[in-house]
Design a protein around this ligand. Structure first.
Ligand code: HEC
Ligand code: HEC
Length: 501
């Protein structure tokens, strides 16, 4: 699994500068151009995101502010630590508040980092290892200058497929978790087995528009320009929910249905807070459970009368607050395009002659349905994503299957707000947009076969529904070749366009 090992090194691993240089040199040589075009880096100035949707009414905005306070709350085991009033951290955790990871360029965004022009901070997962007396070692893939990460294991100890999130830390040793003996995962051993893959946070701006987009709009968008897409080798399909059959759209593999479900899962997986959506505590071993279960629930109290949004927020569960905050977050607002960026926008597109076809996956306009929230009905928005899955080949494959998404399939990453993002791709392996584009390409010669065969008998007949999955190359190969065939000044135009989003 050389590929996985490569990913580990390509992270911001301070002790491997040589390998990183080698990789960068390789990228530049492959690109065939050693000159000119550079990623201008994250845009400074005011964040283009971080407020409520501007058309909301007074109650909705009041609720959003209350929900924001919950989203930035810091959690301890039972809420007894000064400055950490949230209840329910652990037994295992990756973060102690949504805002630890969703922070840049404003609360709700993606990973914070040292390379931020506005708020340069070291990776907060380093201090978190020993906060309040906890006894964790910082895993070797968490660097001061790197992104916050969650870790998944490809295989389990029995040799079967795993794919699940394994917490970086345990509450063991914390002074608010006396007697808990949950051991920390042995990451050095798992890394030595090339068994660890990573995800970085996706931003939550504008997600109410995404959530409210009808399946029919997404399907028509994916079906559009069929001939052009086929000519470039672009296909794509949606991840769907097995229970109601509708399109799922959140997460790097579009694995989650709604913001409420994502909130419930993030609370339990990232922070260890059992809740109304995910009701049972993870890692609930004897001696490590300190609260009632679920730890977060709707408060069954009678309101005193018709009140403002802040009282509604207080009786709602944390999950309802988190989901409302994200649902009512405004979409990122781009800055006005310079002539170069405007040229880049045309090149990014496909309709006119210079367009190279990025927009065939990174769709520039989608439209919502009728919405219960003020001013959000039938809204056109610009996510730069089709919210479909695409085969990206072995360069990006992480070996994890989620719902219909296979080992090398990823949701087209939405590019709104990319101008102020610090880390790119699902595992945050680069801070450089030019490298991010290069990483889309995966030679067809590098094929991966995975076998996942289940056998079972129903109605007396044996079934073996799973097949060998064989994937070669990336659906983005032709478009990325188009990119690197452009003149350096045109490549620069596209980078400038991306940094204006
Ligand atoms: C330890 C860091 C961390 C913490 C803490 C965290 N997240 Fe995340 N968040 C992530 C990562 C990593 C992903 C991508 C997960 C994936 O796709 O597998 C993510 C993705 C999301 C998404 C999906 C957005 C999209 O468009 O795909 C939502 C929604 C979300 N988080 C909500 C929350 C909420 C609510 C909280 C607090 C309860 C929270 N997160 C806490 C790391 C974190
Ligand atoms: C076949 C569909 C497809 C095409 C064509 C495509 N992309 Fe992507 N793009 C993706 C997917 C899928 C990801 C996420 C992959 C991952 O993280 O592993 C992505 C990620 C990105 C990212 C990183 C975003 C983030 O959140 O980390 C950037 C920047 C980007 N693409 C720009 C471009 C540009 C510029 C072009 C045209 C040269 C392009 N893409 C063409 C599918 C595509």
């Amino acid at each position: 699994m050389e590929n996985v090992l490569g990913k580990w090194f390509l992270g911001e691993r301070g002790s491997q500068p040589f390998l990183r240089c080698l990789f960068m040199a390789g990228v530049l040589l492959l690109a065939g151009t050693l000159s000119a075009q550079v990623d201008p880096g994250p845009r400074g100035g005011p964040p283009g995101a971080g407020g409520p949707v501007p058309t909301l009414n007074f109650n909705e905005i009041t609720f959003w502010f209350q929900a924001l306070a919950q989203f930035q709350t810091i959690f301890s085991v039972s809420g007894t630590v000064a400055g950490e009033p949230g209840v329910g951290l652990g037994p295992g955790f990756n973060g102690n508040g949504c805002g630890l990871c969703h922070a840049e360029p404003a609360l709700g965004g993606s990973s914070p980092g040292f390379n931020s022009p506005v708020n340069p901070v070291p990776n907060p997962q380093i201090a978190l290892a020993t906060l309040d007396g906890a006894a964790n070692a910082v895993p070797p893939f968490i660097f001061p200058k790197g992104p916050v990460r969650e870790a998944r294991f490809i295989m389990n100890t029995a040799g079967g497929l795993d794919g699940g999130v394994h917490n970086l830390y345990s509450i063991r040793g914390r002074f608010d978790a006396p007697g808990c003996g949950l051991p920390q995962e042995n990451f050095p051993a798992q890394l030595a087995n090339n068994n660890v893959v990573f995800r970085i946070p996706t931003p939550t701006f504008g997600l109410g528009f995404v959530e409210n987009t009808p399946d029919s709009v997404l399907q028509a968008n994916l079906a559009a320009n069929a001939a052009v897409k086929a000519g470039l080798g672009i296909a794509g399909r949606f991840n769907t929910n097995g229970n109601d059959g509708t399109i799922t759209r959140f997460g790097w593999k579009a694995q989650n249905k709604s913001l409420l479900i994502f909130s419930g899962e993030a609370s339990n997986v990232e922070q260890g807070i059992a809740n109304d959506v995910f009701t049972n505590e993870r890692n609930a071993i004897f001696g490590c459970v300190f609260n009632v279960t679920p730890e977060d629930t709707t408060h069954l109290i009678i309101p005193p009368g018709p009140g403002a949004g802040d009282f509604a927020s207080q009786i709602s569960s944390l999950q309802v607050n988190f989901a409302a905050f994200m649902r009512l977050n405004a979409a990122p607002v781009p800055i006005p395009l310079t002539p170069s960026a405007a040229n880049g926008q045309a090149l990014f597109g496909t309709s006119a002659a210079p367009g190279i076809g990025c927009v065939l996956c990174h769709s520039d306009v989608l439209k919502t349905a009728a919405s219960p929230f003020t001013g959000m009905s039938f809204s056109a928005y610009q996510p730069y994503s089709d919210f479909a899955l695409h085969h990206m080949g072995s360069t990006l494959a992480d070996g994890v299957s989620q719902g219909d998404a296979g080992p090398d399939e990823f949701r087209t990453a939405p590019l709104w707000g990319v101008g102020q993002r610090l880390f790119f791709m699902h595992d945050g392996r680069t801070t450089n947009l030019l490298v991010a584009i290069r990483l889309h390409s995966s030679p067809a010669a590098n094929c991966i076969n995975t076998t996942a065969t289940q056998n079972f008998i129903v109605n007396g007949v044996p079934h073996a529904p799973s097949t060998i999955i064989n994937f070669c190359g990336s659906e983005a190969n032709a478009v990325v070749n188009n990119f690197f065939a452009l003149a350096p000044a045109q490549q620069q135009d596209i980078l400038n366009f991306l940094r204006s989003l």
